[in-house]
Design a protein around this ligand. Structure first.
Ligand SMILES: O=C(O)C1=C[C@@H](OP(=O)(O)O)[C@@H](O)[C@H](O)C1
Ligand SMILES: C=C(OP(=O)(O)O)C(=O)O
Length: 470
């Protein structure tokens, strides 16, 4: 049975949270917890190795607790340091074989439901996967189709192509003829199908040749992150052309200690606050080189009208990555101007997960913004395009759903008004509402604790940021 712990429960629903209004320009420094995407990749790669790996700066939130719960169900040990819960040592099963006849609970975590099923290829029996009821709507079929091409059997217990399901490992792995297994999947509804298959592929004898068959491919930085992390773990994965990956068979092993970067997508609401409330917000430990899509934020915030510096150097220079060593970390500082410029058309296909934060800034801009390339957000924690339109209109601004995105038309500040806003069990819809609340009095957010999906204490961090002002 999957472990019943706090992560297995969606969250405790309390009264709506009155979002604080910024009464003075900010002058805040905000330390952002570890990246969800890097934390959960390191946990998977450590589980696929043969020696213990110490992960420092691990995000401790619902999605990473669910990942550790999933790995424990498969026979992996995840042990947190007694005095530092963000340091966790992962020890893979002795013989590299994961425990079958087990159950994994995915909650609403895309990284758990897409990265863990491929581990069943190396298990000694079937594994049943389940999650929050809301997770039943999220697309799964392309990943499971990929696993079938690698020899696994899949049985659906509800709707075909969705949670809950059981994966049974194949009797033999690989082609046996010295050639990589050819796998074709349509990853247009989530990059996580490609990432999940790549993470496991190094352990398939003779390797894997993976091809994406769809016309669009979202979140390419997240796929590059997967490739980089696999290669850091001693793997050999290349992308000879866009939409095609070759994974050589390799024994994986992360370095003995790895350190997780701050979650740059979770930095977005805080940095965006500088534009909305005015003043300056600083985020320490900002990596000059990163595969996180949040690395696109400095240039985006600059276009919205912010002044952006890294360790005091102006944005134009910090954008020139040649200036910095690979492991350079600096303090990113974002200073708001007198008004926010709308961006016209902005393609967010590379960074869909920051769309709600970008939408909040665009709602308070002085001209329209169209966010495009994000049709796949309909399959995120909730249908984010529909949710954003509803919530933007709820406070009196105008928005429209497009085929592949959302058009936002700001209105005069005095046409905006407070409201009790829905969060749809979606951490980013809750932080979106908090951003609007900085400028619109009377916003209350239902179920704000849903932010625990990726931030352990969002309301505490938000209140502390507002307490630091000019
Ligand atoms: O691989 C990852 O860690 C992620 C990939 C993206 O998924 P999609 O490609 O489904 O948007 C992103 O939105 C998600 O938050 C995290
Ligand atoms: C889409 C997201 O999450 P998930 O990893 O559950 O897909 C997100 O965090 O914005």
């Amino acid at each position: 049975m999957g472990r019943m712990n706090e992560a297995n429960q969606a969250h405790v629903v309390a009264d709506p949270w009155p979002a604080p209004v910024a009464t003075a320009p900010l002058d805040a420094t905000v330390t952002i917890p570890g990246s969800k995407s890097l934390s959960n990749r390191y946990l998977i790669l450590a589980a696929l190795g043969s020696d213990p790996v110490r992960i420092r700066g691990l995000l401790r939130s619902r999605d990473t607790d669910l990942m550790m719960g999933a790995l424990r169900a498969l026979g992996v040990t995840c042990e947190e340091d007694t005095d530092e819960p963000t340091t966790v040592t992962v020890t893979p099963p002795k013989d590299g074989v994961f425990s079958g006849n087990s159950e994994v609970f995915c909650g609403l975590a895309g990284t758990v439901m897409r990265f863990v099923p491929p581990l069943v290829l190396f298990a000694d029996g079937p594994v049943r996967f389940d999650g929050d009821e809301q997770a039943y709507a999220r697309p799964m079929e392309p990943l499971l189709f990929g696993l079938k091409q690698l020899g696994a059997r899949v049985e659906y217990h509800g709707e075909r192509g969705h949670l809950p399901f059981t994966v049974t490992p194949p009797e033999h792995l690989g082609t046996g003829d010295g050639k990589p297994v050819k796998v074709r999947v349509d990853s247009s509804s989530s990059s996580q199908f490609v990432s999940g298959l790549l993470l496991a592929a190094s352990r398939i004898p003779d390797g894997v040749l993976l091809r994406h068959t769809g016309t669009t491919l979202p979140s390419l930085p997240h796929i590059r992150m997967t490739m980089e992390d696999i290669n850091v773990a001693g793997g050999d994965v290349t992308m000879p052309e866009r939409g095609r990956w070759l994974v050589q068979p390799r024994a994986l092993g992360l370095p003995g200690t790895v350190t997780v970067e701050p979650d740059l997508s979770n930095a977005a609401p805080f940095l965006g606050a500088a534009l909305i409330a005015g003043g300056v917000v600083r985020v320490p430990n900002w990596p000059a080189h990163t595969t996180q899509p949040g690395g696109l934020l400095p240039s985006m915030l600059h276009k919205f009208g912010a002044t952006v510096t890294l360790d005091g150097d102006p944005f134009d220079e910090v954008n020139d990555c040649e200036m910095f060593d690979d492991d350079f970390n600096g303090t990113l500082a974002v200073t708001g101007g007198t008004s926010i410029r709308g961006l016209g058309e902005l393609d967010l296909s590379a960074a869909g997960e920051i769309a709600p934060s970008v939408a909040a800034i665009a709602t308070l801009a002085n001209s329209p913004t169209e966010l495009i390339g994000i049709g796949h957000l309909r399959g995120h924690e909730t249908n984010r395009l529909a949710a954003l339109v509803t919530e933007i209109e709820r406070v009196g601004a105008r928005a429209e759903e497009l085929d592949n995105g959302i058009a936002i038309e700001p209105v005069a500040d005095d046409a905006l008004h407070g409201a009790v806003m829905e969060s749809y069990a979606d951490h980013r819809m809750a932080t979106f509402a908090a951003m609007l609340g900085l400028r619109i009095p009377g916003i209350e957010i239902k179920d704000v604790l849903t932010t625990r999906k990726t931030i352990p204490d969002f309301t505490g961090m938000w209140t502390a940021m507002l307490a630091q002002h000019e």
